[in-house]
Design a binder for this molecule. Structure first.
Ligand code: SAM
Ligand code: SF4
Ligand code: F3S
Length: 569
């Protein structure tokens, strides 16, 4: 049956906040509580500005849900809000600069609305930098680390008897620990506060078709360039049953696609206690730090359990299951078997390689070799024929020679990735690499980045052409009127689809479709549609706008480097 529900999207903006639909606050359902209803006039309307990765989008959904549950209405625009929540990204200097550069504008808004409060959260808020933040972000009133986000309502003094969700009074959620001799969040309460938010319905999902489901917070890896372990703390897995409960709720709500989230989603479970019911789990890690994973749940076990939630007719209730991001250390044979054997698990793996040179990988602290990576992908492709593999690459890392960069280009030619998200190295304060000389000049980084993207454009086109004439399943998640695509051929005008896996990098999601105006114009009652194939490819279609939310079959009639065009089959 066709799902006619409209798609709701959280306001997720990179530069200029768009107009969102706005939402009303949750009201008490019991009439006897009406007199205790929060006064709309007394509670601030809020707007969440989200930058960065899927984890941030998911966190923003939870913050929006908590604010709505507290009685705060959502403002349609940043300008119309009394409370602006900025969920920042710090993966590269440019990501932080976007918010630093908006401080003057925020000050202007405060001049117009003296009641305005600005909360800054996300990865730019690091324990180490607490003292320096007010100078860097003068327009901000309250700073919350990512692990403090569940407290947003309480910290702003907006909590009422009906609003507190899973934050016991007196609980110190802001505990810290040490990573690389740096004080970071311990964040060990996050799994529990998430479960409470889900149980209370205080997660306001941006889509009614695809849902994010965080399964592990933080990162235990030691990549020398990366700020994430310092911003999000060590890995903490959510309890297995909490995740299954959330997945069941998503299935019951009719979600068609669920993406399990974590910085290292495939290390899920190593920090959970062993249990007899997982006695058969014997995931071995062949590289990196040895972990005792025996009898603990792993990602393969989770995929099997979510896939096993049935629709009553013997099919998985959630037809599409994805997971992001995997680390080559932890890509176990059990996980490969689960991708191959579980029908709902999509035929796409995002597996960052970062460099095609072993010496660079060592300096980056990645702890695997090109050979190990190659072996994993070979095994994966043998087990799941036709699987799409995408990756991340950093160019111009400290000391990268031209020969080492060329090794990365050669690896791209050899591996023939379906998508590559590439970025120039950006030194991050507090990371081990910040102590190394950043000796590849900015212009040279840019040149290498462009050369790599040009090479990948050709590979992507070849990979996409292989789909010509074939039929694919598309989960339609967008419809737009013909008028809104008047400039479809212009760079940046089309393919405005949720960026993944890392929207702060340059890659296909930043691309502009296949650079051609689709020949088919929508007929009466039709719209331009877009969605993803199971392999994660963007497919443009023309058809009934009521198909948004439906899984349809389409025959591919055109292939560009970044997207496909199909006809409904
Ligand atoms: N956990 C994932 C992994 O194993 O690689 C990726 C997480 S990170 C949010 C996304 C990507 O950002 C990385 O894969 C890397 O390519 C890129 N990245 C991280 N730190 C960077 C830096 N300092 N400069 C440039 N790119 C960076
Ligand atoms: Fe960063 Fe490495 Fe952790 Fe990925 S695995 S989040 S790149 S430290
Ligand atoms: Fe950015 Fe933090 Fe994600 S640094 S990419 S928002 S984990």
């Amino acid at each position: 049956m066709i799902d006619l529900r409209p798609s709701r999207r959280l306001p997720v903006v990179e530069i200029l906040p768009p107009v969102s639909a706005g939402r009303d606050a949750a009201l008490p359902s019991d009439d006897r509580l009406t007199e205790f209803r929060p006064e709309d006039v007394a509670l601030p309307s809020f707007f969440v500005w989200t930058l960065g990765c899927q984890m941030n989008r998911s966190d923003s959904e939870e913050m929006a849900g908590r604010l709505l549950a507290a009685g705060c209405p959502e403002a349609a625009t940043l300008e119309g809000a009394d409370l602006i929540v900025i969920n920042t990204c710090a993966i590269r200097e440019a990501a932080e600069a976007k918010v630093v550069g908006r401080q003057g504008y925020l000050a202007t808004l405060r001049d117009r609305n003296p009641a305005l409060r600005v909360v800054l959260t996300g990865c730019a808020v690091r324990e180490l930098d607490r003292g320096r933040l007010p100078r860097r972000y003068p327009a901000v009133d309250v700073f919350l680390r990512p692990d403090e986000e569940p407290e947003i309502v309480e910290r702003l003094g907006l909590a009422s008897a009906q609003a507190s969700v899973g934050i016991a009074s007196g609980v110190d959620t802001a505990r810290t620990t040490i990573v690389n001799r740096t004080v970071v969040s311990a964040a060990d309460l996050l799994p529990g506060t998430r479960a409470a938010a889900v149980a209370a319905g205080a997660v306001h999902r941006g889509s009614s078709i695809s849902a994010w489901l965080p399964i592990v917070y933080g990162c235990d890896k030691t990549c020398t360039y990366c700020i994430v372990p310092l911003t999000r703390g060590p890995e903490r897995s959510r309890p297995f049953d909490d995740i299954i409960a959330e997945a069941r709720a998503l299935a019951a709500a009719g979600y068609r696609e669920v993406t399990l989230l974590g910085q290292n989603v495939n290390s899920y479970g190593h920090d959970l206690p062993p249990e007899a019911r997982f006695a058969h789990v014997d995931t071995e890690r062949s590289v990196g730090r040895r972990l005792d994973r025996a009898a603990r749940p792993d990602l393969a076990e989770l995929l099997a359990a979510v896939d096993g939630i049935g629709d009553g007719a013997g099919r998985p209730a959630i037809p599409r299951l994805r997971f992001l991001t995997s680390h080559p250390w932890d890509l176990s044979d059990r996980l490969i078997d689960a991708i191959a054997g579980r029908p709902s698990v999509c035929e796409h793996l995002h597996l960052p390689i970062q460099s095609g040179d072993d010496a660079m990988l060592r300096r980056m602290g990645r702890q695997y070799t090109v050979e190990h990576y190659r072996g994993r992908v070979e095994r994966l492709r043998a087990a799941v024929p036709g699987i799409a593999v995408s990756t991340d690459v950093i160019v111009g890392f400290c000391g990268e020679t031209d020969a080492q960069f060329r090794a990365t280009l050669r690896l791209l030619e050899e591996m023939r990735f379906d998508q590559v998200f590439a970025a120039a190295f950006s030194p991050r304060p507090g990371t081990p690499a910040a102590l190394l000389p950043d000796d590849v000049h900015a212009a040279e980084k840019r040149r290498r980045l462009n050369e790599l993207l040009a090479l990948q454009e050709g590979i992507g086109l070849d990979r996409n052409r292989a789909w010509l004439g074939r039929e694919v399943e598309v989960l339609v998640d967008q419809a737009s009127s013909p008028a809104s695509h008047d400039h479809e051929g212009e760079p940046g005008a089309a393919d405005a689809v949720a960026a993944e896996p890392d929207e702060t990098a340059a890659g296909p999601e930043k691309g502009h479709g296949d650079g051609e105006r689709p020949p088919e114009a929508p007929g009466p009652g039709e719209a331009r549609l877009a969605g993803r194939s199971r392999e994660g490819r963007l497919v443009h279609l023309v058809g009934d706008p009521g198909l948004v939310g439906a899984l349809v079959r389409a025959r591919i009639v055109h292939a560009g480097p970044y997207s496909l065009r199909g006809r409904l089959a």
